[in-house]
Design a protein around this ligand. Sequence first.
Ligand code: URA
Length: 273
Amino acid sequence: MDQITEIGTILEWYLSAGVDEVIGDVAIDRFETSRRQAPRPPAAPEAPVAAASFRPAAPAVPILPPQGRETGAESAAIASARQIAAACDDIAALEAAIRAFDGCPLKAGAMNTVIADGIFGADLLLVGEAPGADEDRLGRPFVGRAGQLLDRMLAAIGRDRGRDAYIANILFWRPPANRKPDPVETATCKPFVERLIQLARPKVLILLGGTPAATLLGTSEGITRLRGRWHEVEGIPALPTLHPAYLLRQPQAKREAWRDFLAVKRRLDGGNP
Ligand code: URA
């Protein structure tokens, strides 16, 4: 294998493990750091180490979602999120509480806490899935390619996030390698998102994709069945539609999303949705 091919293979391996971004010029050897910090085990009699006794270190942030029911610690984190969110009386308190919350393990692997962008109190609130790499780096939702498409979709109905739209996500921290949020992560962040909706009190809510739709509507129905039909979240009319990232991959589906955005415009303009 020549050197270039070898480097390519190593990069591919990193990518498959969820390492898809360089955040510093100098590589940090975490094994060396933890060896220096770990308490020394008591001296044991010299013995050959059996190959079978080797266990790879668990990643700090799991790459695969946990399966099945939540653990006791996860249930406690969800209960604490509910309690903390309910005690927030305004958006500043809620934002501070989300930033201080350590109950979602995704926070440990993220560069930033990404809460919302746009105008708090606008009559239109859009909720997406989770920050991606660009959002994590800049600390604002929907600033990458999907965000640019979303801005164009908003402009098509006469809206602008700098003037009359507010944008948030179901998760406040980027999942490794942009994998799908798992049910424990969404359940942990959900009380904060519900409180954000209650405080923002928009006239209309757009749910961008399957994750916000399933989480806030409490259904396992897929987005292709849910989209285009009005629901209610926290007493507010909510329309699920296709996620802009999906539309970038499937441009022929823009027709449906366009129909949904027009229905939102009619409702916002006081007409019949
Ligand atoms: N996709 C989302 O759902 N949210 C973002 O903030 C960016 C991309």
